[in-house]
Design a protein around this ligand. Structure first.
Ligand code: KIV
Length: 264
């Protein structure tokens, strides 16, 4: 049975941790789904880890819909959450709801994610009114890269922490079903988590969040342009893949592939 937003809330009530991971295509989404992940986030991080772009800003709605379709085809049990790309929800509430609706109607997602605090309150309300579950995202919000002056840990002063705590409550009251906390001190994440009835999902926000999310390509060691402190590499697939493709090239050059067993 597919995980729903009710399962997210139940896990929070029961003190059970929620596991979320990104995926961007069919084969990886199938592996992530079969591993029993609560949700697969089709993150706009795909701009960096799949498309090879410097930051997440250029990825388009059509590209996000395309990748979400592939993930939805593979995900039988995990909830599919589509990340709304930069400028797909900031221009007007009408456009935001129309774009969020595309992820549900065209791409088969069960929820969407948007970045921002109190400034997106009206958008969360409108999407929720349109029956679209919303995961909110505060702290280091990569779409605010230029406003933040770089990818920096957020909420480090008491004033900044207080603002995050207020934003979290505003987003919960607006109808968000969960909240990503990215790159904030563990103690601030703990204060936010204990003050909410919706689950917090941390990435670089310490162990006290109700769940965790990572970028698949970071976890697998497929993206090494930079590795944030909060990433744990569970494999080194870049090295493994490189070894395999070099061996193939060598064998073709030497004429040892294909062998008899690969020939008709
Ligand atoms: O785009 C993404 O993958 C994300 C996660 C890192 C939370 O926003």
């Amino acid at each position: 049975m597919r995980t729903t937003i009710l399962d997210f809330l139940k896990k929070k009530r029961e003190g059970k941790k929620i596991a979320v991971l990104t995926a961007y295509d069919f084969p990886f989404a199938q592996i992530v789904d079969e591993a029993g992940m609560d949700a697969i986030l089709v993150g706009d991080s795909l701009a960096m880890v799949v498309q090879g772009i410097e930051n997440t800003l250029p990825v388009t709605m059509d590209e996000m819909v395309y990748h979400t379709k592939m993930v939805s085809r593979a995900a039988k049990n995990s909830m599919v959450i589509a990340d709304m790309p930069y400028l797909s929800y900031q221009i007007s509430i009408e456009e935001a709801v129309r774009n969020a609706g595309r992820f549900v109607k065209e791409a088969g997602a069960q929820a969407v994610k948007i970045e921002g605090g109190r400034e997106v309150e009206g958008i969360v309300k409108a999407m929720t009114c349109a029956e679209i579950p919303v995961m909110a995202h505060i702290g280091l919000t990569p779409q605010s890269l230029h406003k933040m002056g770089g990818y920096k840990v957020q909420g480090k002063t008491e004033d900044a922490a207080q603002r995050l705590i207020e934003d979290a409550k505003i987003l919960e009251d607006a109808g968000a079903f969960s909240l990503i906390l990215e790159a904030i001190p563990a103690e601030v994440a703990q204060r936010i988590t204990s003050g909410l009835s919706i689950p917090t999902i941390g990435i670089g926000a310490g162990p006290h969040c109700d769940g965790q999310v990572l970028v698949l390509h970071d976890l697998l060691g497929l993206f090494d342009r930079f590795v944030p402190k909060f990433v744990k590499k569970y494999a080194n697939l870049k090295e493994e893949t490189s070894k395999a493709v070099r061996q193939y090239r060598d064998e073709v050059e030497k004429g040892t592939f294909p062998g008899k067993e690969h020939s008709f």
